[in-house]
Design a protein around this ligand. Sequence first.
Ligand code: UDP
Ligand code: MG
Length: 152
Amino acid sequence: MAVEQTLILIKPDGSHRRLTGLVIDRLDAAGLEMVGAKMVSVTEKLAREHYRALSDKPFFPNLIRYIRGEFHGFKDHRVLALAYRGENAIGKARAAAGATNPEHAAPGTIRGSFGRITTAGQFENVLHASSDEADAEREVRLWFKPDELLEG
Ligand code: UDP
Ligand code: MG
């Protein structure tokens, strides 16, 4: 297995519901090493760039509002961005996160235990985890400058 880097974002529902520590604990338990961490004020531009592959989806406008904290009262648009490194880091982080739709996420995964779909139909799934090598590389570079990451 290759050593990989992956991007984790504690989404606004995750921090609003005080799940930041739990997410970090689960990723720790998965054997991943944190190599970058910072609070980011998510601009509209950054949100759109991060989710650019989904720009034609019907849920895209609400996804941008969601990641910018607009459903959870974060006027400063705060998100905790984390970079992790480890063997098969992308797959391990995705496994800890669980499926995108909290209703389908396995019990015991972060999303399966703590995610929800609101009555308005909005997925609140606690965290972002890069989905594959290409996304992980692009996303780590989008959220972190090279000198903000520990060297491998
Ligand atoms: N999303 C949504 N409805 C959907 C699919 C996705 O609201 O039907 C949101 C959800 O917040 C998800 C994000 O869009 O985490 C990115 O979607 P993706 O398919 O990349 O899922 P992920 O990689 O986050 O599991
Ligand atoms: Mg994705």
